[in-house]
Design a protein around this ligand. Structure first.
Ligand code: SAH
Length: 242
């Protein structure tokens, strides 16, 4: 049967890809993805046929993958991090309605929240809420509502897509919502280029975060009431008494 894999390649470094993802990529004939991620793979899988589309061409990219699979090529659609978390896995199933003869298999990957949490120490040590600040596909009012609910529930919050050129004020606006329920002193972290060249992390308070500019290659972590700094790292305890 013709088959397409939807693969989460992890945050960047080859070492942070799962063994399963790497094995499947080795077997595949064709790798489809967004230009930036595909470039990260070429070094490790040089023999493959690569097909790319730019940002905002997601539906076309899915069709491209299905068309290759239909021709009998074992095809992989790659996404950064995990393929399901703000990735292509869901869209592949939706577009796949037009390709009932092509089998789909999703292979999970290390998402930015997990990769970044480890860089920070143990930022996500307890119940967590992942929220994207991108309002391209979700209305801002709904994003604000979710931010407030997560803050009220004292979840650790991981913000994906925290900023872009057009959305430079969104992190500040998000912090303002969160500050309605969380203290100004809440421990927060920013990790840029997780598992990529130029990886950087920073720990700061929620008050400071509200006045900090980040870019789209960063993931932002907002702690819960228990989150603290140990050895210069951001640690959210599970609650064991020691
Ligand atoms: N599917 C991806 C998320 C894609 S949304 C995943 O599971 O990680 C894109 C956002 O993810 C970025 O704006 C950033 O907030 C975060 N992100 C993805 N890779 C990252 C990396 N290597 N370093 C820091 N943030 C990253």
């Amino acid at each position: 049967m013709n088959k397409v894999y939807v693969i989460g390649m992890g945050p960047g470094a080859y070492e942070q890809m799962t063994v399963k993802a790497a094995r499947i990529l080795e077997q595949c004939d064709v790798i489809v993805g967004y230009t930036v991620y595909v470039d990260l793979l070429k070094e490790h899988f040089p023999e493959k046929k690569y097909l790319t589309t730019g940002m905002r061409r997601e539906v076309d990219r899915c069709r491209l993958a299905f068309e290759e699979a239909k021709k009998g090529e074992l095809t992989a659609m790659v996404c950064s991090g995990d393929a399901g978390i703000y990735g292509m896995a869901g869209l592949m199933y939706e577009v796949g309605e037009d390709y009932p003869d092509v089998e789909i298999e999703v292979v999970p990957g290390v998402t930015a929240a997990m990769g970044g949490s480890a860089v920070l120490g143990a930022a996500v040590g307890h119940d967590v809420s992942l929220i994207s600040l991108s309002d391209l596909l979700t209305p801002w009012e709904l994003i604000e509502e979710r931010l407030k609910c997560a803050a009220k529930g004292d979840f650790v919050i991981c913000l994906y897509n925290p900023s872009s050129k057009k959305r430079s004020t969104y992190l500040k606006k998000a912090c303002e919502q969160i500050l309605e329920y969380k203290s100004e002193e809440t421990v927060c972290g920013i990790v840029k280029n997780i598992a990529r060249e130029g990886e950087q992390m920073q720990i700061l308070t929620l008050k400071e975060l509200a006045h900090t500019q980040v870019d789209m290659f960063s993931t932002v972590f907002i702690g819960n009431r228990q989150t603290k700094v140990i050895r210069g790292k951001m640690i959210t305890p599970r609650g064991y008494s020691i």
